[in-house]
Each structure stands twice: as structure tokens, then as C-alpha cells.
Design a protein around this ligand. Structure first.
Ligand code: FES
Length: 142
């Protein structure tokens, strides 16, 4: 006498689960690279590559780590998450210093993280970055 028919519970759960997924549209955005899971920004410092890879006034996109690193004319480095702030797609294109999101076409400035083209309205999230033994290290706590 303790159990109830499961049909009514399942109906409720299904309705609850579908709403947020459809609203975010993440499933369509994150599945393009063969199933590496949802794109994510590093949660710990990661070694990205040789510091010499990023020239003054230029930028490098590190696809596996979802990080973009740029170097100002004065030589200082900046790093940003390359996860689009619009709906969470991993940005996979860098033209010069402009990042282009494959999902809805938002563009960001890799030098500042600023939005250059909507629909995104929030700048890219910046990450700590430093050079260690000639390598670029970026991520929280770097
Ligand atoms: S997720 Fe929509 S433009 Fe990037």
C-alpha cells in the first residue's frame, strides 16, 4: 500500500526535465566535435603551449582547453574562456584577433574579451594567465 503507480510521477519528471534543456539549446551546440562532453572552461591551471606561440598583437585559440590567449603590444598576456557567453557553445574559430562562435555568430575581441557582434551581450570570462618556464599557463589560480 505504500507505492503509487509510477506513471503519474514519470509524467511530472519528464515535463520538468525537458523545459530547461530546450530553453538553453545546449545539446545542439556541444555535440559537434565527436562527443567530448559539454565544453567547459579549465577549473585548474593548464599548460597551453610555448609562450612564443602568441606574438605581440596576436592571439591563439586552444581548442582542447577552451581558452584563448592574446598578447598586447606591450608584451602582456591575457587569457579568456572561449566558451560563448550567449548559450555556452565552444568557440572554434579565430580570425586575426576576432573569435567567431559557430552557433549563432557572436563575435568577441580576443584582446579584451569584449563582444563585437551579438547575440552575445556579455564579454568572455577572463582567466588568470602567466608564463612558466617558457610555457603559457592559464586557468583559475594560475
Ligand atoms: S552560443 Fe549563441 S552565439 Fe555563441
Amino acid at each position: 500500500m505504500s507505492g503509487r503507480p509510477s506513471a503519474s510521477r514519470r509524467t511530472v519528471l519528464r515535463g520538468a526535465a525537458l523545459t530547461p534543456v530546450a530553453g538553453l539549446g545546449l545539446a545542439a551546440c556541444s555535440g559537434g566535435d565527436g562527443g567530448g562532453g559539454a565544453p567547459a572552461t579549465p577549473t585548474a591551471p593548464v599548460v597551453l603551449g610555448a609562450a612564443s606561440e602568441v606574438s605581440k598583437g596576436g592571439a591563439q585559440l586552444y581548442l582542447d582547453e577552451n581558452v584563448v590567449v592574446s598578447r598586447a603590444e606591450n608584451g602582456s598576456l591575457k587569457a579568456f574562456s572561449s566558451i560563448c557567453t550567449h548559450a555556452g557553445c565552444a568557440i572554434n574559430k579565430l580570425t586575426g584577433t576576432t573569435l567567431v562562435c559557430p552557433c549563432h555568430g557572436s563575435e568577441f575581441d580576443a584582446m579584451t574579451g569584449a563582444v563585437l557582434r551579438e547575440p552575445a551581450t556579455v564579454p568572455l570570462h577572463d582567466l588568470a594567465v602567466e608564463t612558466k618556464a617558457g610555457k603559457i599557463v592559464a586557468g583559475p589560480g594560475a
